[in-house]
Design a protein around this ligand. Structure first.
Ligand code: 6AU
Length: 275
């Protein structure tokens, strides 16, 4: 849990050194939502349709752009336009997991040009410190066009049954986040599966943003090992932003459902900050 989790999003926006984190908190404060929708849809039409419908109720749209069956670069411009229209950030859930030299090319350039449209990306710590060092170096290069407008999350624990992202792995995640905090804005983690919050709470002068996935109001899990908790329990465990996919997009009325997630996540946040 961040040592700043008792502060409001507005207060955290004012003092955060990273521009993306500031923007994230400002959006949450102004739209009164801490919902990240995981738009794991496989056609551009569905993805753009969901982004437009849910845009007013979310802080962040999370994509897996490589699962689109009909991917064309134009979808990225359209997504960007929707992000501006509805004031949300885009998080490409790429989970970089390779040596530094490779992830630099996967992040900045390549077929997907991820750095050009994703405000936030994530990586795993499996390769060790080099992956975070490499992505940070790219984001700080003099010729990087989006300097100060991009952030990285470290996948510190995982929601799937039997995950190996525990113990030493999680500890190194926290150490690396601290060392590269100019670019690392926080974690994807859930308290129920890790011990990260104790470590992160230890320092007063840092404000890592906690994204918790595996959030679903109607299910405890799926047949492939996914494990769920509710928006309220996620926020009570330290989530600043709750990531929900099927719980929102795979139901008969995604808009009404997104509003329910928004209300439960927001009320849990208000209780946490004592408002
Ligand atoms: O709500 P769901 O189960 O439909 O979708 C959860 C989303 C998926 C996963 O790829 C992702 O969250 N995810 C992650 C992320 C965000 O990095 C980590 C994790 O441990 N578990 C998980 O489900 O898009």
């Amino acid at each position: 849990m961040s040592s700043k989790s008792q502060l409001t999003y507005g207060e955290r926006a004012k003092q955060h050194p990273n521009g993306v984190a500031r923007k994230l908190f400002e959006i949450a404060e102004s739209k009164k939502t801490n919902v990240v929708v995981s738009a794991d849809l496989t056609t551009s039409k569905e993805l753009l349709g969901l982004a437009d419908e849910l845009g007013p109720y979310i802080a962040v749209l999370k994509t897996h752009i490589d699962i689109l069956d009909d991917f064309q670069p134009s979808v990225l411009q359209e997504l960007k336009a929707l992000a501006i229209k509805h004031n949300f950030l885009i998080f490409e859930d790429r989970k970089f997991v390779d040596i530094g030299n490779t992830v630099q090319k996967q992040y900045h350039g390549g077929a997907l040009q991820i750095s050009s449209w994703a405000d936030i990306v994530n990586c795993t710590m499996l390769p060790g410190e080099g992956i975070v060092q490499a992505l940070t170096e790219t984001a700080e290069r003099d010729d990087f066009p989006y300097k100060g407008e991009r952030g990285l999350l470290i996948l510190a624990t995982m929601t799937s049954k039997g995950s190996l992202a525990t113990g030493e792995y999680t500890k190194v995640s926290v150490e690396c986040a601290r060392k590269y905090s100019r670019f690392v804005i926080g974690f994807v983690a859930s308290r129920t599966l890790g011990d990260i919050e104790t470590d992160v709470a230890a320092l007063d002068n840092e404000d890592f943003v906690m994204f918790t996935t595996g959030v679903n109001m109607a299910s405890k899990g799926d047949k492939l090992g996914q494990q769920y908790q509710t928006p309220r329990s996620a926020v009570e465990s330290g989530a600043d932003f709750i990531i929900a996919g099927r719980g929102i997009y795979a139901v008969p009325n995604p808009v009404e459902t997104a509003k329910l997630y928004r209300d439960e996540g927001w009320n849990a946040y208000l209780s946490r900050v004592g408002k």
